[in-house]
Ligand binder design. Structure first.
Ligand SMILES: [Zn+2]
Length: 357
């Protein structure tokens, strides 16, 4: 069903550069933009450059101390000990211009929230957003600022009382969960490869929200190597019911592309058809409310280009060329899939019990 869709993009997104050998390669974002242009999608989709996030808003998600460290570490010869802030050598290295570059990708998600609040768009897609591991006080897992929490905060400050966040990235959306852990106005729902086997190690079914917000966090962990026949039932059995029960006034979607079987950093075996089935189901659930869409993880660049192009086309109700879908499917071991399904079923039983469903 076509909806008025905005796509946030600027080549300045490429300045969020964690290094040539780092798995996070922002040229994937440019490939999506150019692919959409080559398909003529911007005749229907409004393409907008994001603005830099406002620093007062940043301070409502991140601590003043952390923000000052990011600002200083963005300059050469800062002399700071960055490890306690999650920066420095490793997953999230500091880099020159980090402060400005991070404010642009975060600004894209805030702009997306404002566009759908004002009605200029019904769905707004910040392809550079989705940096779900950033915590209020530290960088984590390639993420400096938590653009998703900034978008959610923008909705709350506009007076919305129920905002639902759904994260289908293969990694647990820990940073967003932490930011809104004790706020009953925000439901965070993450589907991911279990923290038993994958970074960041959290996202168990027992994590269901703080004492002021019981049931406001929902986690669906999967066994490694779960394929479509396991991943989809986990989605289908939890997401629509969570949506119906919570009745959100806006949706924020983190559509990391790394649950796909070709992703080199994780082990789920989801195909493009099933992944898009979930995206379409989310768009149908949210058909009457504003939706912010973001990217997220995704380390097989050709796959990311295809999946996020499919997302943008689908949001706007444009036809999707078959060539954007997988041309091969993974070989799955039947016994392994049975074990993965049994693991999922046991997790869902525990989750339903913990939520009182
Ligand atoms: Zn991820």
């Amino acid at each position: 069903m076509p909806r008025k869709t905005a796509f946030l993009y600027t080549d300045d997104f490429l300045a969020y550069d964690l290094g040539g050998k780092h798995p996070l390669q922002q040229r994937r974002l440019q490939l999506v933009d150019r692919k959409l242009a080559s398909l003529g999608a911007f005749e229907t989709i409004t393409r907008l450059a994001p603005t830099s996030v406002d620093e007062a808003l940043l301070g409502r998600v991140h601590t003043a101390e952390y923000l000052e460290v990011v600002r200083q570490a963005s300059k050469p010869n800062h002399g700071l000990d960055l490890r306690r802030y999650g920066l420095g050598p490793g997953d999230t290295p500091a880099f020159p211009g980090m402060w400005e570059a991070s404010k642009v990708y975060a600004g894209g998600s805030v702009d997306a929230a404002r566009l759908v609040l004002s009605g200029e768009a019904e769905i707004a897609f910040n392809v550079a957003g989705g940096l779900h591991h950033a915590h209020p006080w530290k960088a984590y897992g390639f993420c400096v600022f938590n653009d998703l929490a900034l978008a959610i905060t923008t909705f709350l400050e506009a007076g919305l009382e129920r905002v639902m966040y759904v994260d289908i990235d293969v990694h647990h959306g820990d940073g967003v969960q932490v930011c809104h852990w004790d706020d009953p106005r925000v439901l965070t729902l993450s589907l991911h490869e279990s923290g038993r086997w994958l970074f960041p190690g959290t996202g168990g079914v027992e994590e269901t929200g703080g004492e002021n917000a019981p049931g406001s966090a929902i986690n669906v962990p999967y066994a490694s190597y779960s394929g479509d026949e396991v991943w989809w039932p986990g989605f289908e059995q939890i997401v629509p019911e969570a949506f119906e029960r919570f009745a959100p006034q806006a949706l924020v979607l983190q559509l990391g592309a790394d649950a796909h079987f070709a992703d080199p950093l994780a082990h789920l075996q989801v195909t493009s058809r099933t992944w898009m089935r979930a995206v379409e189901a989310l768009l149908v659930l949210g058909k009457d409310i504003p939706i912010v869409v973001t990217g997220g993880g995704g380390y097989n660049i050709a796959t990311v280009e295809r999946l996020w192009t499919l997302v943008a086309l689908t949001c706007a109700g444009l036809s999707c060329p078959d060539s954007l879908h997988d041309t091969e499917v993974p070989m799955l071991d039947a016994e392994q899939q049975r074990t993965a399904r049994a693991y999922l079923d046991s997790q869902l039983d525990a989750l339903r019990g913990g939520l009182g469903w």
